[in-house]
Write a protein that binds this ligand. Structure first.
Ligand SMILES: [Zn+2]
Length: 70
């Protein structure tokens, strides 16, 4: 059985996409092979920064609440 089109699996949604595709047709994720590691790292950094901001905001709210109800 021969495969007419080479396919690969999207690292984001695990759907089958054409090999060498620059964008996933299922989840619209950018699949730039050269910058894949870089962009994933950037995405991770953005997520981490957002998470840290959320944690910091929660801590500030807890401290404010603590002093308000003391
Ligand atoms: Zn995808």
């Amino acid at each position: 059985m021969s495969v007419a089109k080479q396919t690969t699996v999207c690292p984001y949604c695990k759907e089958q996409i054409a090999a060498g595709a620059s964008k996933c047709k299922h989840c619209q994720s950018e699949l730039n092979k050269v910058d894949s590691k870089k962009s994933r790292f950037a995405k991770y950094n953005t997520f981490r920064n957002g998470f840290l901001t959320g944690v910091l905001f929660t801590i500030v709210l807890i401290i404010l609440g603590y002093f308000t109800f003391k």
